[in-house]
Design a protein around this ligand. Structure first.
Ligand SMILES: *[C@@H]1O[C@H](CO)[C@@H](O)[C@H](O)[C@H]1NC(C)=O
Ligand SMILES: *[C@@H]1O[C@H](CO)[C@@H](O)[C@H](O)[C@H]1NC(C)=O
Ligand SMILES: *[C@@H]1O[C@H](CO)[C@@H](O)[C@H](O)[C@H]1NC(C)=O
Ligand SMILES: *[C@@H]1O[C@H](CO)[C@@H](O)[C@H](O)[C@H]1NC(C)=O
Ligand SMILES: *[C@@H]1O[C@H](CO)[C@@H](O)[C@H](O)[C@H]1NC(C)=O
Ligand SMILES: *[C@@H]1O[C@H](CO)[C@@H](O)[C@H](O)[C@H]1NC(C)=O
Ligand SMILES: *[C@@H]1O[C@H](CO)[C@@H](O)[C@H](O)[C@H]1NC(C)=O
Ligand SMILES: *[C@@H]1O[C@H](CO)[C@@H](O)[C@H](O)[C@H]1NC(C)=O
Ligand SMILES: *[C@@H]1O[C@H](CO)[C@@H](O)[C@H](O)[C@H]1NC(C)=O
Length: 485
C-alpha cells in the first residue's frame, strides 16, 4: 500500500491523467501509460529498443542520413555530443535513434532532444514541438506526447503542482510534420527549467543551483536558459550564477509569446539527490561538490580556495556567526562574541541585512576560518568557506537528524571540517516552557514519531537557545585545533 503510494507519485512528474503514447507503424503499436509506470519501464517496453533489434547497429545506420535529413541546420557534432552526455544507456540510444530521450526516476525527469525544436507559450502554458528523427524504415517513427514538470524533487509532487507548471513535449500525428515559422532562431540549445517553487537558500541551492550546474556546465555557456514560472526575486538573486552558466540573456517563458527555434533542448535538470551530497550514482553527468565549490568561487569572485591562504598571514582568524532572529536564535550572542574574541578570533555577526546580498556575503564567508550557526538554512553558506575551514553547527533540541544530514554530511564532500555542538535541554527555551519531565525534553524521538507537523512548531519554530558558554568555548578551542592553531 505504502509502496503503491510512492510509486504513483514517482511518475514522470506528470499528473495522473497524463499519458505517453508511442506508435510504431504500421503495427500501430500503442502503449498508454498511467501513473504507476516509470518512464524507464516505458522505454523498456518499446520493442524497437528491446531484444528484437540491435540498437547500436540501427543507430549507426541512421547516423549518415541525418545531415541531409531535410532541414538546413548544420550538423553540429559538438552540440549533439553535449546533449548526448546528459543521458546514458538506453536513454542515450533513444536520443541517438529518434532524437529524443529522457532520464527518469522516482525523484526526477530530464528530457533531451537533439532535433530542431519549436517552443511557444500559449496562455501561459509552454510547449515544445519537434519532428522525431527520420529513422529507416519509416514505420519505426515514434510519436511522442508527454508532459514534464521540471522540478527536481518529484517526491514533492503534491506540493509543487501549484507552482511548477507542466511543459508539453509533442511530435506530430502520423504522416505529418511540423513546419512552424520561427520568430527567433537560436543556434544553441534551450535549457528549460522552472523557478516556480523556491524556498530558503538551502532548497534553492540543493534543488535548483546545483542541478543547474550539473546539467549545464559542460555546455560551456553555449546554451539558452528558458525560465518557466518566472520568479523575479529568484532570478535577481541568482543572476550571477545564470550568467556564469550561459552567455545569453534568459527567456522569460511566462511572458514571451514568440515562437523560438532551437537545435535541441533540455527540459528539467539532473538531481544529485537530496542534501547537497552527490548520492545519485545513476547520474550520467559527473557530480563533485569540490567542482561545484570551484564554480561558485569563480562566479562570486572568491579569492580564498584553502584556509591556509588565510592562516599563514599574521592576522586573526575570522569567525562568522550566523545570527538568526525568529527561531533557534542564540540569545546570548554577545557572550559568544566575548569568548571568541578572547580565543583570538575576529568575530563578524552575520545578521539578515548582511546575509541577504549573496554577492556581498559570499565574500565575507569566504574570508572566514570558522562559520558558526544554529541549524538552519543559513548554514548553506558553508558552500563559500575555504577548503579546510571549520563549520560549527549548533544543534538545537530534537533536530539531530536534519542537522547531520543537511549540513554535517555535505561538509565532508565539500572538503571543509565540521563540528557539532549538541545543546542540552538546559540551553533550550523549551525547558522553560515544558519542564524537565515532558517527553518533548526527555524523549524527542517520541515526538518525531508523531510526524513533521508536530515536530515543526515545537523543535523547528518553537525554541531559542542560550549557549552554555564554558561548554561552547571547548568547541571553539577544538575548532582552533582543527585549524592547526
Ligand atoms: C494550461 O495547462 C493546464 C494543465 O495542463 C490546464 O489545466 C490549463 O487549462 C492550461 N491553460 C490554458 C490557458 O490552456
Ligand atoms: C515550411 O514552410 C515554409 C514557409 O512557411 C515553406 O517555404 C517550406 O517549403 C515549408 N517546408 C516544408 C518542408 O513543408
Ligand atoms: C517575466 O514574466 C512575468 C510573468 O508575466 C512577469 O511578472 C515578469 O515581470 C517578467 N520579468 C521579466 C524580467 O521579464
Ligand atoms: C567526468 O569525470 C571524469 C573523470 O574525472 C572525466 O574524465 C570526464 O571528462 C568527466 N566528464 C564530464 C562530462 O565532465
Ligand atoms: C597573505 O599574505 C600574502 C603574502 O604577504 C599575501 O600575498 C596574501 O594576499 C595574504 N592573504 C590574505 C588573505 O590576506
Ligand atoms: C554590497 O557591497 C557593496 C560594496 O561594498 C556596497 O556598495 C553595497 O551597498 C552592498 N550591497 C548590499 C545590498 O549590501
Ligand atoms: C589546504 O592547504 C593545506 C596546506 O597547503 C593542505 O595541507 C591541505 O590538504 C589543503 N586542504 C584541502 C582540503 O585541500
Ligand atoms: C526567540 O526570540 C525572539 C527574540 O526575542 C522572539 O521574537 C521569538 O518569539 C523567540 N522564539 C521562541 C520560539 O521563543
Ligand atoms: C554549563 O555546563 C557545565 C557542565 O555541563 C555545568 O557545570 C554548568 O553549570 C553549566 N553552566 C550553566 C550556566 O548552566
Amino acid at each position: 500500500m505504502g509502496k503503491q503510494g510512492v510509486e504513483s507519485r514517482s511518475w514522470v512528474g506528470v499528473t495522473t491523467a497524463t499519458t505517453i503514447v508511442v506508435f510504431l507503424l504500421p503495427l500501430l503499436y500503442a502503449i498508454v501509460f498511467f501513473s504507476n509506470n516509470t518512464p524507464l519501464d516505458f522505454w523498456k517496453q518499446v520493442p524497437y529498443l528491446g531484444s528484437e533489434c540491435s540498437c547500436e547497429a540501427r543507430a549507426g545506420a541512421t547516423e549518415g542520413s541525418i545531415s541531409n535529413g531535410g532541414n538546413d541546420e548544420k550538423d553540429d557534432s559538438s552540440l549533439t555530443s553535449r546533449l548526448g552526455k546528459l543521458l546514458r544507456g538506453n536513454d542515450q540510444r533513444q536520443l541517438e535513434t529518434i532524437g529524443f530521450g529522457c532520464k527518469s526516476d522516482h525523484m526526477n525527469d530530464v528530457c533531451v532532444s537533439n532535433q530542431r525544436v519549436w517552443m511557444k507559450t500559449d496562455n501561459g502554458n509552454l510547449s515544445v514541438y519537434f519532428n522525431s528523427k527520420n529513422v529507416q524504415p519509416p514505420q519505426l517513427q515514434h510519436q511522442i506526447s508527454l508532459k514534464v514538470r521540471p522540478y527536481v524533487n518529484k517526491k514533492n509532487d503534491e506540493y509543487t503542482k501549484e507552482d511548477v507548471k507542466e511543459i508539453t513535449i509533442q511530435t506530430p500525428m502520423e504522416h505529418q510534420s511540423y513546419n512552424y515559422t520561427c520568430d527567433v532562431t537560436h543556434d544553441i540549445p534551450a535549457v528549460i527549467f522552472s523557478t516556480g517553487l523556491n524556498g530558503n537558500i538551502f532548497h534553492e541551492f540543493n534543488e535548483m543551483i546545483l542541478p543547474l550546474f550539473l546539467t549545464c556546465r559542460h555546455f560551456r555557456s553555449q546554451l539558452q536558459f528558458v525560465i518557466n514560472d518566472f520568479n523575479e526575486h529568484w532570478v535577481h538573486k541568482y543572476r550571477s550564477i545564470l550568467s556564469h552558466l550561459s552567455d545569453y540573456e534568459f527567456i522569460n517563458a511566462s511572458e514571451d509569446n514568440r515562437i523560438h527555434c532551437f537545435p535541441g533542448f533540455v527540459i528539467g535538470l539532473h538531481f544529485h539527490n537530496e542534501n547537497l551530497v552527490c548520492s545519485n550514482s545513476d547520474l550520467p553527468v559527473n557530480c563533485s561538490m569540490l567542482d561545484f565549490r570551484q564554480f561558485l568561487r569563480e562566479t562570486f569572485h572568491l579569492e580564498i580556495k584553502n584556509v591556509s591562504q588565510l592562516l599563514y598571514n599574521n592576522t586573526k582568524p575570522e569567525l562568522v556567526l550566523l545570527s538568526r532572529r525568529r527561531s533557534r536564535m542564540i540569545l546570548n550572542e554577545a557572550e559568544i562574541v566575548t569568548v571568541a574574541s578572547e580565543l583570538g578570533f575576529s568575530v563578524v555577526i552575520a545578521d539578515p541585512e548582511l546575509t541577504s546580498n549573496m554577492n556581498n556575503f559570499s565574500v565575507v564567508v569566504n574570508r572566514c576560518s570558522v562559520l558558526v550557526g544554529a541549524h538552519g538554512a543559513g548554514l548553506t553558506n558553508e558552500l563559500f568557506i575555504p577548503d579546510g575551514a571549520v563549520v560549527v553547527q549548533v544543534v538545537p533540541l530534537g533536530i539531530q537528524w536534519a542537522s547531520t544530514n543537511y549540513f554535517g554530511k555535505p561538509s565532508k564532500e565539500m572538503g571543509v571540517q565540521y563540528l557539532e555542538y549538541q545543546i542540552s535541554p538546559q540551553e533550550s527555551t523549551l525547558l522553560d516552557v515544558y519542564g524537565p519531565n515532558h517527553p518533548i525534553i526527555t524523549d524527542p524521538d517520541s515526538i518525531h514519531r508523531q510526524g513533521f507537523n508536530v515536530v515543526r512548531p515545537i523543535y523547528i519554530e518553537g525554541q531559542n537557545i542560550t549557549l552554555n558558554i564554558s561548554n561552547f568555548k571547548d568547541t571553539l578551542v577544538q575548532a582552533l585545533k582543527l585549524l592547526g592553531r
